[in-house]
Design a binder for this molecule. Structure first.
Ligand code: SF4
Length: 350
């Protein structure tokens, strides 16, 4: 492994100053970064360890009814926080759908937002990869690409974003707070991510030195808590990234869907908000026909990037299934054990 400097700043301001130095990377849980370093994929000159910064490991209820989650909160702690799981059950379910118990105990909220793609060629220094080395090509275009993107991809890169957690967060309009060289700012999580276009090496809108310090969920998102689910298909049940997934939240009043939220995972370089599908659901009744229409709308722009045509129909079915599960109601046990795509849905929503 390449040698590197290690610093442990005492304040957020010191961390940002250190993180803005050339070749610096922030270190939190390390569950992705250290693997990348061991494989020679990331070669930072300096690691800025932020794990001892005060105040970044708190889960707070805000005065306006929303919740603020510090960037260093561990995935497992957030999923099992009773108030969080009750308020945002699809997010807790997504957290428990990700990785293994050991990794969830180590991984942090901030790191989860910024984890890198799991494209196999990205992790292989012998393969051409525009994301790892701009201008070298994309080995996945003519390679093993059945798990790659079907939305928002470009000829330069067809990789997907691997996070489960981010999918319902985007559906629920989560906000990220960022500390940078010119102070604190906040942006919608959805706007944090960039599609690959001609510069797949630029995955987010973060600038040099920017440190995500917190994530916020708005109070309005709690209105969906009784009809919210996350549904993931993976190639092995125990531990794998999503082939496709869907985060769904419905606000149902007297048998009518007043408002719907829907985002997909495993289909693009970012968690994919499906607003056109949400619009087809609003004002209608929850039933299999409306779920199927929403699923068609969600994937209307999809096109295969290789040997992955199957993902489009699979994603439609997962969207419809997730909508049916959400309409049937959030499970009483919270956080919910991750739903199976093969689980039966009772009654009118089947
Ligand atoms: Fe690299 Fe993206 Fe191509 Fe994968 S899909 S090889 S990450 S450029």
């Amino acid at each position: 492994m390449k040698t590197f400097d290690y610093v442990r700043p005492a304040t957020i301001a010191d961390a940002v100053a250190a993180g803005a130095q050339p070749g610096a990377s922030y270190l939190a849980g390390g569950t992705n970064l250290l693997d990348l370093m061991k494989g020679g994929i990331s070669r930072p000159e300096r690691l800025v360890d932020v794990t001892h910064l005060n105040g970044l490991d708190r889960i707070e209820r805000l005065g306006d009814g929303g919740m603020r989650i510090g960037t260093l909160v561990r995935n497992a702690d957030l999923a099992h926080d009773p108030e969080f799981a009750k308020s945002y059950p699809a997010v807790a379910e997504a957290l428990l759908s990700g990785a293994s118990a050991q990794l969830r105990n180590a991984a942090t909220v901030g790191g989860n937002l910024l984890q890198r793609t799991r494209c196999g060629y990205f992790y292989d220094p012998a393969s051409a990869c525009n994301k790892r080395e701009p201008g070298t090509g994309c080995a996945a275009r003519d390679g093993e690409n059945r798990l790659h993107a079907v939305l928002g991809w470009s000829e330069r890169c067809i990789a997907t974003h691997p996070s489960d957690f981010c999918v319902p967060l985007v559906a629920l309009d989560a906000i990220v707070e960022i500390e940078g060289r010119s102070g604190r700012r906040e942006i919608a999580l959805e706007a944090l991510y960039r599609l690959p276009g001609d510069t797949p090496e630029r995955e987010s809108v973060l600038e040099v030195g920017d440190l995500i310090v917190a994530l916020r969920l708005p109070a309005e998102a709690r209105a969906f808590s009784t009809h919210a689910r996350y549904l993931k298909v993976r190639e092995r049940t125990s531990y794998a990234f999503a082939v496709v997934s869907a985060g769904v939240a419905l606000r149902i009043e007297r048998g009518t869907i007043r408002e719907a939220r829907l985002a997909l995972g495993g289909v693009a370089a970012k968690p994919w908000r499906a607003r056109s599908a949400e619009a087809t659901l609003a004002g209608g009744s929850p039933n299999p026909a409306s779920f199927r229409r929403a699923a068609e709308a969600a994937l209307a722009e999809a096109r295969p990037s290789g040997d992955n045509q199957f993902k489009i129909e699979l994603a439609r079915r997962i969207v419809a299934r997730a909508l049916a599960l959400a309409a049937a109601g959030t499970p009483a046990r919270l956080p919910a054990l991750p739903a199976s795509p093969f689980a039966s849905v009772s009654g009118a929503f089947a």
